[in-house]
Design a protein around this ligand. Structure first.
Ligand code: AMP
Ligand code: MG
Length: 331
């Protein structure tokens, strides 16, 4: 080999790692209308967009399957059938049984601020539909009698609950399914990625260049409150009244997060709460529960939970609390 050819050959050899790392491009797909929200999946795969597309199709199938089990509103869904059933005790699928166990544990952990029986209220207020608001006081009093996770039990695959109970996993299902997708993609050898399902974002693995994953937190008034930097697999869940609401005939604003104690949309002094946890379902359930609890009680809850999750609270007077271990930069 001539000296010049050898030099070129060596130069290419040195460049090879740079060129291959350039090939690691994110592959993203937006799946609209899954679980009543937009889903965005970004995978870092080594330029194999074909494989990434196949994986995303499987993710879509998993999302559809979960929705068919856990949706309160899709008539064909298992949960909708369970809610409509006149049997006090009935057999449910493994997925529904697992979800119920998880939901009951989180309801107990939050003292019922998160309560999967809040469905009676979701159905009555019908925030995304057009039932009259405010609801009829007698109907509200009746719906309230069906709220209370203590009346529920799950033994193996047998669910027992008062007939008329309306189970609702809207506060937990997005985080739960995000975790399922992360497990699936990790098992498939995906080196890293970001999954966004409505107000829930999961990051896993690592970025090809080793940079932190950056997750933006929306300001309820529009724009961004700030950005979280994450290096480890994490689930970020945000709740706030600004997400879904409707104005009643009384001119009042009715939103979608209910206080199980009052049966009304929670009168929270929180504008937005973000929870970061290693468990997707817990991050989701806690963000909803802490919204119900309110600013000071949310901080007390975080302290008494041995600070085992991270937290961003934006209060109604724009006061901000950020747990000290969280890398958060304010916009
Ligand atoms: P999120 O957006 O995660 O805060 O969840 C809100 C959704 O959870 C609502 O749209 C209802 O379907 C349901 N939900 C509302 N209030 C509660 C509550 N206190 N406990 C459990 N689920 C609730
Ligand atoms: Mg939630």
């Amino acid at each position: 080999m001539k000296k010049r050819t050898l030099a070129i050959f060596l130069a290419i050899l040195c460049l090879l790692p740079v060129l291959t790392s350039c090939a690691v491009r994110p592959y993203s797909a937006v799946l609209y209308n899954k679980m009543n929200t937009d889903v965005l999946i970004t995978l870092y795969s080594d330029g194999q967009s074909q494989k990434a597309a196949t994986l995303i199709s499987s993710c879509e199938a998993l999302l559809d399957e979960t929705e068919k089990t856990l949706s309160r509103t899709a008539v064909e869904a298992e949960l909708a059938r369970v809610n409509a059933s006149g049997e006090e005790s009935l057999a449910v699928s493994d997925t529904l049984a697992a979800m119920l166990r998880l939901a009951l544990a989180l309801a107990a952990e939050t003292g019922g601020a998160f309560d999967p029986t809040a469905g009676a209220l979701s159905a009555l207020y019908d925030i995304t539909g057009n039932a009259p608001l405010p609801p009829d006081p007698d109907e509200l009093a009746e719906a309230k009698t069906f709220v209370g996770y203590g009346a529920l039990s799950i033994d193996g695959n047998t669910l027992t609950r008062p007939v008329g109970t309306v189970l609702d996993f809207g506060a937990i299902a997005k985080g739960y399914v995000a975790a399922l997708l992360v497990d699936y993609l990790t098992a498939e050898g995906v080196s890293g990625g970001v999954i966004s399902i409505g107000g829930n974002v999961a990051v896993f693995g690592e970025k090809p260049n080793g940079d932190a994953f950056r997750v933006g937190v929306r300001h309820p008034d529009g724009g961004y409150l700030g950005e979280i930097s994450l290096h480890e697999e994490s689930f970020v869940s945000t709740s706030g009244a600004y997400e879904r609401f409707r104005v009643g005939t009384d001119g009042k604003l009715y939103h979608h997060i209910f206080d199980p104690q009052t049966g009304k949309p929670a009168e929270s002094d929180i504008l937005s709460v973000t929870v970061v946890d290693e468990d997707g379902a817990r991050a989701d359930a806690l963000s909803t529960a802490l919204y119900v609890l309110g600013y000071d009680a949310a901080i007390s809850f975080w302290e008494s939970s041995a600070r085992d999750f991270d937290l961003i609270l934006l209060g109604k007077d724009n006061e901000l609390f950020v747990s000290p271990d969280l890398a958060f930069s304010i916009a």
